[in-house]
Design a protein around this ligand. Structure first.
Ligand SMILES: Cc1ncc(COP(=O)(O)O)c(C=O)c1O
Length: 431
């Protein structure tokens, strides 16, 4: 037994034995304290191996929209496991994958009708980027291969997606020089900014494959919000100059911002949309890149070489698709979007007192996202530890303390999270 991350508690043998073999994400393995051993989940709670329970304030990296172990998702996945856990999607198709594609086409706005599956958010973005580049190649335009991306943007950790992340604010500064060069611009904040972007999109017209943004909320770049009018303005400029627009709804999709998809608040339909995270209700690895009819049509040809050249081994995995179909059932039959409205109201009221705390520069909420922005982060390990002591699972990063709870969270559980956020921010300011 060794001492675990929150001192005073012991790690189980299975963790002690495996510790040096398990390489953890975003973690300095030389100095890190052993992570917390999670033994089970229930509702919106993570149960540790020593029996303590943490209310999950971030829904496991923004995925567990129905909480954990939802009986409907479990039943559907178990039934699929009995029938057919996996076959390749190349040359074979399974009912869960076919049904999910049809349902996503119906659920997403406009003629976003063509669904290409993969197994992670980053890969779905890579596929969206390839789709955009090849869309132009198939029309004889080989020069259009750069992406316009936005400061504070985050689209994944693979080499291609790193190139469209904010190089300074993101986690990828180290790789500068090793990545494809893209066009990085600021999210427009004013009419003047939109004019600047307008001119930029005109000037570089023949080099641009697509404009890419996380709609309404740039998540991993610091939970930065922009209003629907800005998104609509960007979409209008793409239309004006004949640029493709890729919306990365991997974080914002499935109700997180108050509507099923964030782009619906701006009344726009992107050319390509990426989804993952809450797609399976947070239970399994699955992602989708969804294209509008004119994108799909550009790949139709007598020439085999004009086809989309991509095919992840586990794309459309039937277990993951069964989970996603079950998750969509829950969105249809349970009041998730009303829950987001309730959560938003709670977060707005409960976090407001943080505005008065020294060192807090902003408090903002949108849908089921609540953010306390600090002038400068310090004592981050202490903050995480204090949250654990109060029975909540929150992971501050950058300059923010934030919550993105499961949409099934009760008022009492949400109060536990927001009370901990307010009290701990006060303690932090007084240190
Ligand atoms: C907006 C956005 N795009 C892409 C990704 C990458 O997804 P994944 O971690 O599944 O590769 C993330 C992950 O946080 C994300 O928030």
């Amino acid at each position: 037994m060794t001492i675990s991350e929150d001192s005073g508690n012991t790690a189980p043998d299975w963790l002690t034995a495996a510790q040096k073999h398990l390489w953890l994400p975003y973690t300095q393995m030389k100095t890190v304290a052993p992570p917390l051993p999670a033994a089970a989940t229930e509702g919106v709670r993570i149960i540790l191996s020593d029996g303590r329970e943490l209310v999950d304030g971030i829904a496991s990296w923004w995925t567990a929209c129905h909480g954990y172990n939802h009986p409907h998702i479990r039943t559907e996945v178990e039934a699929q496991l009995e029938r057919l856990p996996h076959v390749m999607l190349g040359g074979l198709v399974t009912e869960p994958a076919a049904r999910l594609a049809q349902r996503l086409a119906a659920l997403t706005p406009g003629d976003l009708d063509h669904v290409f599956f993969s197994e992670s958010g980053s890969v779905s973005v890579e596929i969206g980027m390839k789709m955009a580049i090849q869309y132009w190649i198939n029309q004889g335009k080989r020069g259009r291969r750069k992406f316009v991306c936005f400061r504070y943007g985050y689209h994944g950790d693979t080499l291609g997606t790193m190139s469209v992340c904010d190089p300074d604010e993101g986690m990828h500064t180290l790789f500068r020089g090793a990545l494809l060069e893209q066009f990085l611009v600021d999210v427009p904040r004013s009419g003047d900014d939109l004019h600047t972007l307008d001119a930029f999109l005109r000037t570089h017209r023949d080099e641009i494959a697509a404009v890419m943004i996380e709609p309404l909320v740039q998540g991993a770049g610091g939970m930065k919000f922009h209003p629907p009018e800005v998104l609509a303005g960007i979409a209008a400029l793409c239309d004006k100059h004949g640029h493709l627009l890729i919306l990365d709804e991997i974080f914002t999709g499935f109700g997180r911002t108050g509507t099923m998809f964030a782009c619906q608040q701006a009344g726009i339909v992107p050319d390509i949309m990426t989804l993952s995270k809450a797609l399976t209700g947070g239970t399994m690895a699955l992602a989708a890149t969804i294209a509008r009819a004119h994108i799909y049509d550009a790949f139709l040809s007598e020439d085999e070489g004009a086809a989309l050249m991509h095919g992840p081994t586990f794309m459309g995995n039937p277990l993951a698709c069964a989970a996603a179909n079950a998750s969509l059932d829950l969105f249809a039959r349970e009041p998730r979007l009303q829950a987001v409205e309730r959560i938003e109201g709670h977060l707005r009221t409960a976090l407001a007192p943080c505005r008065e705390i020294e060192g807090v520069v902003d408090v903002r909420t949108l849908g089921a996202i609540g953010v306390i922005e600090l002038a400068a982060m310090r004592d981050i390990a202490w903050l995480k530890q204090r949250f654990i002591e109060q029975g909540v699972w929150l992971r501050p990063f950058g300059d923010i303390i934030y919550t993105t709870p499961p949409l099934t969270i009760t008022e009492a559980e949400l109060t536990r999270i927001t009370d901990a956020m307010v009290a701990t921010t006060r303690e932090w300011a007084a240190r």
